[in-house]
Design a protein. Structure first.
Length: 95
C-alpha cells in the first residue's frame, strides 16, 4: 500500500483555505482534494490521464458530476494545488 502523508495542519494552508472559501467554507472540497491526492499517489508516476474513463472514475470517487469536477480541477490548478497538462492531472507535491 502506498501512503499519502500530509501535514496535520494542511487544513490551515492558505491554498486550502482559499479553496474552501470559494465553496462557502465547506470542508467538502478539502475532502475532494485529499481523495484526488490519494488516487494520484496510487498511480504510476503519480498522475492520472485525463480521459473519459478517468473522469468517470473521479466523479464516482468524489460523488460529483463532470461539470463540478472540471470546475474543481480548474480552481485547484489556479490555486497551485493540482496541475494539468494536455493529457494528465498531477500534483507537484507528489513529483
Amino acid at each position: 500500500m502506498s501512503e499519502f502523508i500530509h501535514s496535520s495542519s494542511a487544513r490551515r494552508d492558505p491554498k486550502i483555505r482559499a479553496l474552501r472559501a470559494l465553496y462557502g467554507n465547506s470542508a467538502e472540497p478539502y475532502a475532494w482534494y485529499i481523495i484526488i491526492m490519494e488516487i494520484l499517489k496510487e498511480n504510476p508516476k503519480h498522475r492520472i490521464k485525463l480521459d473519459e474513463k478517468n473522469y468517470i472514475m473521479l466523479c464516482q470517487e468524489l460523488n460529483i458530476d463532470i461539470k463540478e469536477l472540471k470546475r474543481f480541477i480548474k480552481i485547484s490548478k489556479n490555486l497551485g494545488l493540482l496541475n494539468t497538462n494536455s493529457q494528465y492531472l498531477f500534483s507537484n507535491e507528489l513529483q
